[in-house]
Write a protein that binds this ligand. Structure first.
Ligand SMILES: O=C(O)CCC(=O)C(=O)O
Ligand SMILES: [Fe+2]
Length: 226
């Protein structure tokens, strides 16, 4: 009898999941967040305060309303402001490379680091970072490096109140803390999308929240214009 082989992209995603998890598990500064439903880890003080401040200044100088890939979400879904960080700048590049090195993923797989700023009341409602292959954007994403595997986020400041990153189904809530890097695998260990990685950036109540986010693709990321 024939047993159908898993598609190659599923195998690739499974391998990335295993390799990255093994690498971060072996890093004494990385802590497993303890979710059984998803591979979630954090690293305290990943970025020093001076660099956090510099990134905040860059975000403030370049911010514009955040956008969404999905055509299904309504207004109010992602109300923050964002900007792309220039990966070739002498300050951003080493940070980019250190995140990639932490995970053991080649830097070329990383999308441009994105800065985000949330004022009081602003939020990013519950979503998945992986691409849904039924959505209209999928063909373009597949052509530009394929599925998103791991996400890495760094909180650039402490926030007076609110602004936690909440994974309601995996049962994890992380409060912003300057320099803390949070990372998770958007795929399951078998390489299929992990729906339990659903997460949201909860509304900021008091203060301003600044983060940078990197999404890693299964293959090298390429920008397609037009
Ligand atoms: O702001 C947060 O805590 C979450 C941000 C997020 O989910 C994202 O940028 O994909
Ligand atoms: Fe997200």
């Amino acid at each position: 009898m024939f047993r159908r082989k898993p598609a190659p992209d599923i195998q690739l995603r499974a391998r990335i999941g295993t390799d990255v998890a093994a690498r971060v598990e072996a890093n004494p500064r990385v802590v497993n967040a303890g979710a059984s439903a998803a591979q979630v880890y954090y690293h305290d003080d990943f970025l020093d305060p001076g660099l956090c401040r510099l990134l905040i200044e860059t975000i403030d100088a370049n911010r514009r309303p955040s956008t969404l890939l999905s055509d299904r979400a309504g207004t109010g879904f992602r109300t923050s402001e964002s900007c792309d960080m220039d990966r070739w700048s002498p300050t951003i590049r080493p940070i980019d490379e250190s995140i990639a090195d932490l995970l053991g993923i080649p830097p070329e797989h990383g999308e441009t680091m994105q800065g985000q700023r949330y004022a009081p009341g602003q939020q990013f409602r519950a979503h998945h970072d992986y691409f849904h292959d039924k959505e209209s954007y999928w063909a373009a994403m597949q052509a530009s490096g394929g599925q998103r595997t791991w996400t890495a986020m760094i909180y650039l400041n402490d926030v007076e109140e609110g602004g936690a990153t909440w994974f309601p189904q995996a049962g994890i809530k992380v409060s912003p803390k300057r320099g803390l890097l949070l990372t998770w695998n958007n795929m399951k260990p078998d390489g299929s999308p992990n729906e339990l990685t659903l997460h949201e950036g909860m509304p900021v109540v008091e203060g301003t929240k600044y983060i940078v986010t990197k999404w890693f693709r299964e293959r090298p990321w390429t920008v397609h214009s037009g």
